[in-house]
Write a protein that binds this ligand. Structure first.
Ligand code: PHE
Length: 344
């Protein structure tokens, strides 16, 4: 063995490195060729044991050093190239435009209900709540609609098979008026509240009627409340809700829980009251029922007769949304049709 052989191996190895041109596969081949067990260098190392002690002393460290250097060099290069390759594989083009995330939004009905709540709370009203599964007492009897009363026919009812714990029949509330006496039993006047929520009627559906719909009840009770208060609050609310000046009109009507009772109209939003197809040329749009609270209802709530006056109304939230956003069919709201939902 001589230094020359080692030197030669080293040179060949260096040349191999250069020729590989930074190709990972070629480097790996080179590693096998020069550093595997069968490589010339390893054969030389194996042969060290047959040398004389002097020769061993001379060549041993040198051969080992050469091997370590070569190994260090090629392993370093392979590692570097491998990392580069991995990086290329994981490379992300941050300049590609991202996929647009689909973000949901509030349903038009929820939005309308929140608008209503916002306007009323800004007018000093509180928001109250009541159950959708109700007993016959709060939905009807407490509102002066006893069982035999023909007015019950106004509210076609979904009855439930179960009864409540007092044996009273259960139903899906036909209006948010069910919450009037519930609230008054727990609260003393003066107060002004709205009660938004779902109501249900056993009815055939058409463009203006749904079996499940939303209403909001307004109830204002105090010592000295009159129809005049009612008119001004209603005007303020509708003007804020629709924007611009809205006129209101009351027509005599009948509800067992009001005395007197009215139908409530607002001036047509589309033609401003001049008459158009939306309002059937009347200039007015029907909004819902309202009236001064019947003293019999106060009595059911435990208030003394004639101690308080109050007014109440119950309007459909779908109807308000239909007018404001020009929706022509109430059934769109729950159709789940994305073409409708996405418009708002
Ligand atoms: N609850 C009535 C209905 O749904 C509306 C109403 C509420 C009328 C309050 C008068 C007073 O038909």
């Amino acid at each position: 063995m001589s230094k020359d052989i080692l030197e030669k191996i080293k040179q060949q190895f260096q040349k191999g490195l250069e020729d590989s041109g930074g190709n990972l596969e070629k480097l790996k081949e080179l590693q096998v060729k020069f550093l595997s067990r069968k490589s010339k260098l390893n054969q030389l190392l194996k042969g060290l044991k047959d040398l004389s002690p002097e020769e061993k002393k001379e060549f041993g460290p040198l051969a080992n050093k050469t091997k370590q250097e070569m190994e260090g060099e090629i392993i370093g290069l392979i590692k570097e190239l491998q990392q580069k390759k991995d990086l290329e594989k994981d490379w992300i083009d941050v300049t590609i435009p991202g996929k647009e995330e689909k973000i949901g939004h509030l349903n038009l009905l929820t939005k309308t209900q929140r608008d209503i709540e916002r306007i009323f709370t800004s007018m000093g009203f509180e928001i109250a709540d009541g159950p959708e599964i109700e007993n016959e007492y709060y939905n009807f009897d407490a509102l002066n609609i006893p069982q035999s009363h023909p007015a019950r026919d106004l509210w076609d009812t979904f009855w439930l098979k179960n009864k409540d714990k007092n044996g009273d029949n259960l139903l899906l509330r036909t209006h948010t008026s069910n919450s009037q006496v519930r609230y008054m039993e727990k609260n003393q006047p003066p107060f002004q509240i709205i009660i938004p929520g779902k109501a249900y009627r056993y009815e055939a559906t058409d463009a203006n009627h749904e079996h499940s719909f939303c209403q909001f009840e307004a109830l204002v009770v105090g010592d000295d409340i009159s129809v005049a208060n009612f008119k001004s609050i209603a005007e303020e609310f509708f003007s804020a809700f629709f924007g611009g000046k809205i006129e209101i009109r009351l027509r005599p009507s009948y509800f067992p829980f009001t005395e007197p009772g009215f139908e409530f109209d607002i001036s047509c939003k589309v033609c401003g009251g001049k008459g158009c197809s939306t309002c059937s040329n009347t200039g007015w749009l029907e909004m819902g029922g309202c009236g001064m609270v019947n003293q019999k209802v106060f009595k059911a709530a435990g208030y003394k007769k004639n101690q308080y006056q109050g007014f109440a109304w119950g309007f459909g939230i779908e109807r308000l949304a239909m007018m404001k956003y020009k929706v022509d069919d109430i059934r769109h709201f729950r159709s789940g049709d994305l073409r409708f939902v996405k418009q708002f």
